[in-house]
Ligand binder design. Sequence first.
Ligand code: XUL
Length: 542
Amino acid sequence: MAVYLGFDASTQSLTAIAIEVGAARRQVIYQRTVDFDRDLPHYGTRHGALRGDDPLVVTAPPMMWAEALDLMLALVARDGAFDVSKLAAVSGSAQQHGSVYLGVSAAKILAALDPARPLVDQLRGVFSRKGAPIWMDSSTSRQCAAIARAVGGGHVLLRLTGSRAFERFTGPQIRKFYEDDPEGYAGTDRIHLVSSFMASLLAGRHAPIEPGDGAGMNLMDIARRQWALAALRATAPGLELKLPPIVESPTIVGRLAPYWVRRRRLPPAKVVAWTGDNPGSLVGVGLVEPGRIAISLGTSDTVFGPLGELQVDPSGAGHVFGSPAGGYMSLVCFKNGSLAREKVRDEYRLNWDGFSRALRDTPPGNRGAIVLPWFEPEITPPVLGSGVRRYGLDPADGPANVRAIVEAQMLAMAIHSQWTGVRVATIHATGGAAVNRDILQVMADVHGADVSPLEVGNAAALGAALRAYHADLMSEGRPARWPEVVEGFVKVRADGTVRPVPSHVALYNDMKSVYAACEAHALRHGPDPAPMIEAFRRRAAG
Ligand code: XUL
């Protein structure tokens, strides 16, 4: 019997899941979350992030992630929920795109961490940039344009890296740092993703980058899974010397550092390269083979699935990442996810039961009332000037506003993921809001697909534990077929699959073009959609 530990270093929290794998037993045996705002309030984050005067700039303190890891492993050791001596390997999934900047002293400090002192006391001098820009940042439009120009156009970058230039992607963020603080950039020895930074802390040495997460940088050649020199040169000088190497996903990057072994009495378990939260979730929802998709309802809402072959989104809205299970995955990301749902819930003084009741009390199609839920600058479609737009929706009507937000999120997901060409029959639902069956009903009706909520809600952490297990088997030369690795861990929740209602599916198929017209109008490349909305309203009523 062996135990594997998986982490999810997400925007708002750090979660750990342990799984036990034996001849007769395969199960999740431990789950624990450290919430950044609640458990580490001295960093002053709100929803895990820091914001200043410029609404486009969003960062997080990398020290907070280090302290969360230290605290989490203290809890794992203290809880005594499982026999830690059986721990064979650990891995993780982290929020994507965020970057951590370390000076030359980092390598030495990481290698000589003193188990008698807290991690944060020893890391004080290692950062060459205090804050880490995270995926919610959208302040690099200028840098995106410059990088695209330098490689020969946005479509060249799209084909080379799997994505056009995106504000939150690491390359544009690095270029901005280089432009704003050339000395800080020059004093940076290593630039990590959040994923490789966390793996470095566990292994006590600079960890490499995994291609699933590396694809979220606008810097990796997506077909070769190696740094794309043209993109590196277009980003900042000498960048090739500052980036960790890219390795295959199931790579053992080291063993748990003596710091963890002595401080928490853990065995020197293998540390497996960390990936991003979306690639990690792909494994955690069991989508290791093409044909199905997943929707994660978290801080960001994401739609993702395995891709049979390398293809990019010609509209430039979607991304192609490496899949940790081999091959590629598609991803479409929406920034106005759970925080938008919470805003509406709070604005109308509801709790989640009230939110659900509002969904049940309003008709599908919302009598033609539509909202564009851009509380924050949006990623898909790209919207830099935030602001909610209402079409035929009375701001005073709480229930209609609740339905409008959920319908908008689901319609946008369906519209902007069409490029993958997947005919969706089943959606695996994960993330916090997947507990809400009324939200899942709208998802099923809009997509015309069965929605299976999964037993383990945190797919990113489960995926990390499963990747640790898979890499451990591989490193021992044992057969490690993915369907067998995930077998028994990815189960549909006891309350069962949510089925689409055929009449609602037809109505939403009709509504998609109305919603798309509202988007186009709000983005100033389409006419006033009022006549279309009115015609839809009449069809829906009749
Ligand atoms: C994906 C993205 C987010 C983050 C945070 O491209 O930006 O989903 O990974 O979860």
